[in-house]
Design a protein around this ligand. Structure first.
Ligand code: KE4
Length: 426
């Protein structure tokens, strides 16, 4: 039994499923999860001394690669000043100023500790600002595990076969309406059936929790127009796309300004950070200045802010960062598309820049229904083959691959060779 297997047995004694987040249990691929000991650049190293080219990057935060010199040094120095004070610090001011400087349309921002918390708070704020209760989400989109959003959610809930979680009273989801991703008409109908009752529409501008599903031309603009016409707020959940697709995230990439935006992952550089922000007239409804309550002991933690600031400043100050990263993604995912087409296998490749997915599906994947037609057994077999050959992919068909600035051309070429070998043997 290798050390990861030993650790997993021990973990399962004291942690539900042996993991602190379900997708890490490798449930849908049916093998023992690798326990990771350390990481550097585009590589992670497991407890048995094996190393892998990492395409998860902590589910998005590690856009610069692991163990980036500037980030590591800044955090190491910050720790000596103290870990947490439960008081205001300059670093929170610097982070808020930086996000408002970088992201058009954001005038104020509140730091929290996870993407879930950011979305939960943004939803409460939308309800408090509009005085309305109903919310619209999209089948297959995942916005964290707060009660009212665990409806036809993506990510682990697709893998776990739990379309709606146990323990969520109907009262928490009665006001949650579900629409079809890439189908603005389904949203229009919900507005028609619930006049003046919908507080917000929340969307992953590029869906990445049913695998990556790209917005059809005009879809996001139609959501923008529908929300404006009906007095509802448009919320972009940019926990994954924020600072990934462009410095201004999806809103910059697609030139659409939502009313509220949620962030996570990259803004913490790997530390527990989330945030939500928008224009002043909305954000000033948040306590202590407004009536919408939200709080957090470790919100804006100085060490976490140090990590996030180091990452965001590097992203802002590195010439052509996104041009280069997105071009790398176009080349890499474009080549996978050519490989599967040449092999004539039932597979689809969806990507936007450095964020992408390979679906083992015969038809294009454009929403939750088409994503669910994927051959998850085939994906599990593919995952195991790649893992055995030193490539660490998402342990579920319904997750994404994340490229970083640290992924070398040699490692990407090796990955493509393995994908080619696999699909040619299908
Ligand atoms: P967290 O609470 O996990 O920080 O963020 C929740 C969240 C909110 N919005 C979007 C668009 C997200 O993708 C997420 C979390 N993403 C998953 C990956 N599919 C986190 C991985 C996990 O659950 O372990």
């Amino acid at each position: 039994m290798d050390f990861s297997e030993q650790l997993f047995e021990r973990a399962k004694k004291h942690i539900p499923g042996g993991v602190n987040s379900p997708v890490r249990a490798f449930g849908s691929v049916g093998i023992t999860p690798r326990f990771i000991e350390r990481a550097h650049g585009d590589r992670i190293f497991d407890a048995d001394g094996r190393n892998y080219i990492d395409f998860i990057g902590s589910w998005g935060p590690m856009i610069l690669g692991h163990d980036h010199e500037d980030v590591a040094e800044a955090v190491a120095e910050s720790i000596r000043d103290g870990l947490s004070f439960g008081a205001a610090t300059e670093k929170e001011v610097l982070m808020a100023e930086l996000i408002c400087e970088i992201v058009p349309g954001i005038e104020m921002v509140r730091m929290v500790n996870s993407g879930t918390e950011a979305v939960m708070s943004a939803i409460r704020l939308a309800r408090g600002f509009t005085g309305r209760n109903k919310i619209v989400k999209f089948d297959g989109c995942y916005h964290g595990h707060s009660d009212s959003l665990l409806v036809a959610a993506g990510s682990g809930l697709m893998t776990q076969g739990m379309p709606d979680s146990a323990g969520v009273p109907a009262g928490c989801t009665n006001d949650t309406l579900s629409a079809v991703y890439n189908d603005a008409e389904s949203v229009r109908k919900l507005f028609g059936a619930n006049p003046d009752e919908i507080a917000c529409v929340i969307v992953e501008p590029v869906a990445a929790n049913m695998g990556v599903v790209c917005p059809k031309e005009g879809f996001l603009q139609e959501l923008r127009d529908l929300c404006s016409a009906n007095g509802a707020l448009l919320i972009f959940d940019e926990v994954i796309t924020g600072f990934r697709l462009s410095l201004a995230g999806a809103r910059g990439f697609y030139d659409i300004v939502p009313d509220l935006t949620t962030f996570g992952k990259i803004i913490g550089g790997g530390m527990p950070v989330g945030a939500y922000g928008g224009r002043r007239e909305i954000m000033e409804r948040v306590a202590p200045v407004g009536p919408v309550y939200q709080a957090g002991t470790l919100s804006g933690n100085p060490v976490a802010m140090t990590a996030g600031l180091a990452v965001l400043e590097t992203l802002r100050d590195t010439p052509h960062f996104y041009e280069d990263l997105n071009a790398k993604g176009d080349r890499f995912f474009g080549e996978i598309g050519r490989i599967v087409a040449a092999a004539g296998v039932p597979a689809q490749v969806n990507h936007v820049g450095s964020l992408g997915s390979v679906f083992f599906a015969a038809e294009p994947v454009v929403d939750y229904v088409s994503a669910k037609k994927s051959d998850t057994a085939r994906y599990a077999d593919y995952f195991k083959y790649m893992l055995d050959n030193g490539i660490y992919l998402a342990p579920s068909q319904f997750e994404a691959m994340f490229l970083s600035a640290a992924h070398t051309e040699a490692d990407l070429a090796r990955t493509l060779d393995l994908i080619r070998a696999y699909v040619n043997a299908m």
